[in-house]
Write a protein that binds this ligand. Sequence first.
Ligand code: TYM
Length: 336
Amino acid sequence: MHKKRVFSGVQPTGNLHLGNYLGAIKNFVDLQNKFECVYCIVDLHAITNHQDPKELKSNILETVASFIASGLSSEKNIIFNQASVAAHSELAWIFNCVARIGWMNRMTQFKEKAGTNKENASVGLLVYPNLMAADILIYKATHVPVGEDQKQHLELTRDIAKKFNNDFKCDNYFPIVEPLIPKEISRVMSLRDGMKKMSKSEDSDQSRINLKDDKDLIDQKIKKAKTDNNSIPSEIIGLKNRHEATNLISIYASINGIEVAKVLKEFGGKNFSTFKSKLSESLIERICPIGSEIKKLLKDKNYLNKILEKGSKKADIIAKNNLKEIYEIIGLTKFT
Ligand code: TYM
C-alpha cells in the first residue's frame, strides 16, 4: 500500500481564470486538510511554447500569489516550482524511454496545441505527458486533483507506471494514480461558446472570468455571457443540448457548493436575467477577494520567492531519494 499523497501542477501562464479555480485550485484547498499535498508551478511545461523570459519569471510569482490568495497554506503544503527540482527532468527522460511514440500521438491535447502544423511543434510539446507523469510519480503521489481536460494525461501516467513496474519487475513500485475531478463542474466552458473550454489562450477576454477581474468586469461579462431563449428548466433533463445554460448553472452550483439539481429547483421557470444577477453576486463574493489578495501579495516578491525556495528544498529531498531508488531499479549508478 502506498502512503496517500496528493500532487498537482499549474502552468505559470499568467492570469489564472475561473476554469483553473473551479477545476483545480478550489479542490487543492479542500484537500490540504486531509492529505499531504505537493503543489507545483510547472514552469518547464510552460516552455514547451516560447515564453518571454521576463514575463515567465513574473507569471511564476503570480501563480504562487494566486495559490496563496485562494487559500493554500505554504506551511501545510509543499508549494514549489518545477525547475528547482532537477529530478522531474531526470525521471521524464527515463519515461521518454518507457512510453511509446504511439501513446504520445494519441494525446488530444498535443493535437489541439500543435494545430495543423504538427511538424513545427516543439519536441517538448509531444513528450509533455511524460514530464507530467514524472512530476507525479517522482513523489509516488496517489491522488491528482485536476480538471477533466487532464484526464487523458493521467491515464497515460497510469500506463507508464504499469509498464515501468512490469518492465523492471518491481510490482507496485509506482502507484497507479487516481484522478480527483470535480463532480459539479469538471470542465468550465467559455462564456461565449458552451462547446469550448474556458482558456487563457482564447482571444476574447470576454470568454473568461480571470481571478484578477474586478466587480464591474465580472458583472459585465456575466451579463454578456451567451445563453439561449428558453427559461431555466426545473429538471436536469431540461439542460440537454443547452451547453451555455449548463455551463452557467454548473458554475453557480460549484461556486456555492451545491448540486445542479438544487440550483434548478431554485431557479426553474425563471429567466436568465434573474439568474445571471445571482450568479454575478456569487462570483463577485468569491473571486474579488482572491483578486485583491493576489494584487497585494504581488507587491512583496521577496515573500513569494521565499515560499518557493522553502517548498523547493522540501520537494527536492523527497524527489532525490526516490530518484536514487529508481536508478537502482534500472541499473544506473549515480556517483554524485
Ligand atoms: P493547466 O495549467 O492548463 O491548468 C491547471 C489546472 O486547471 C484545470 N483547468 C480547468 N478545469 C476546468 N475547466 C477549465 N476550463 C480548465 N482550464 C484549466 C486543469 O485541468 C488543471 O488541473 N498539464 C497540466 C499541468 C500539469 C499537471 C502535472 C497537473 C503538469 N504536471 C501533474 C497535474 C499533475 C496543465 O497544463 O494544466
